[in-house]
Ligand binder design. Sequence first.
Ligand code: GLY
Ligand code: MN
Ligand code: MN
Length: 490
Amino acid sequence: MTDELTPETPDEDEQPIKQRKNGLYPGVSDELAASMKTGWADTELRDLEPIEQAPNTARRREALSRRFPGERLVIPAGNLKTRSNDTEYDFRAATEYVHLTGDQTEDSVLVLEPRENGEGHDATLYRLPRSNRENGEFWLDGMGELWVGRRNSLTEAAALLGVDCADVRELAGSLREATGPVRVVRGHDAGIEAALADKVTAERDEELRVYLSEARLIKDEFEIGELQKAVDSTVRGFEDVVKVLDKAEATSERYIEGTFFLRARVEGNDVGYGSICAAGPHATTLHWVRNNGQVRSGDLLLLDAGVETNTLYTADVTRTLPINGTYTDLQRKIYDAVYEAQEAGIAAVKPGAAFRDFHDASQRVLAEKLVEWGLVEGPVDRVLELGLQRRWTLHGTGHMLGLDVHDCAVARTETYVNGTLEAGMVLTVEPGLYFQADDVTVPEEYRGIGVRIEDDILVTEDGNRNLSAALPRRSDEVEAWMARLTRQRA
Ligand code: GLY
Ligand code: MN
Ligand code: MN
């Protein structure tokens, strides 16, 4: 950013609008101010079609209305967060807001207002309107469209999203004035929460958040389509990484992170979480996202990465690859054990099964292997009962997937972890074995090896469908796939 890109400002008392904070602020002549007010074309977009998911978001708002009759419900999208001075982190709208609107615009707030006749709610989406050109807001305000880009007008947004829209700058004041029961989704918009501070309770707000988390447990056709797109793009990203593994050896794990991110960006998307590009012993660190380590021939690369579509649905896929294209005997032994555990886990994913079943199935296989290899004393039932295998399996075997990588995270235990699988749920199955570099309870050759295999599984009416099946999993198939891709390098 340069000083030339810093907005100019008039006298402070003439302009109530928020100014960008840094830089030089020479005055604005009357002639310039007059010039900037006029000479702009009418760019209002007309005859807009609603976004594809508009009927789905409307259904979700109706269900929400039925769950909380007579109460005002406030669901913010969230605000920009400052990175330093007047630069901000990339904005990512709150999942609850996106699920109920299909929109991703910062500073917006969905409000469901109970109707006076007691029947249902009216939904209104509060958002920033087009910038005012009369008072200079559009070119002098840090949130002016000249600086941050054109926004949809309230009329355009209403047509696209299928919800009435109003100016968000009036919302905090009207919420302060309003009477009657109200709930807000916390953690996204401090200004809106402050306006409601003396009207809400943490317990009632949490009930709203829990409801919205559970409302995402079952995905509709649109969501499944988006998740499949995210997975398909992720598969291409993994292929890209394999093709450049030799180059990554000369730099660092960041070469891998950048290559995967390039695939996301090239296809107009983002990543749903920080890519875990863990080479060698870093594979034993579950959330290794520093990605600044060496990539060495002979080691494994644990790559856990997922493209997030521009509608914000994310994949979450892991492959553990031999950097030079061939597993050593010990790497293969450990990899094949994790593969067998994953096969057992995936086979347990079906409607009517307990959510825990796939975890238990995978853990049993891993415990059997650990006993067989002499790393823990059997029998297997004793190991499982005491959870001794967890020294090396470390984490749960999977989680719901959707708008969030760990979707539905605040659903109640009885509906999620202790619940039953139903068609339309999408979850990961991701067993792993991790031998820390300093674990003196295992033979030296095991130390520093970490393996995870993670796929994204849709529960169907009669079983399941592996959305990430296009990416090879069996060790010999992984090697053949890598060999084919690296031949294409030349
Ligand atoms: N990528 C995070 C996880 O697998 O849960
Ligand atoms: Mn993952
Ligand atoms: Mn995962």
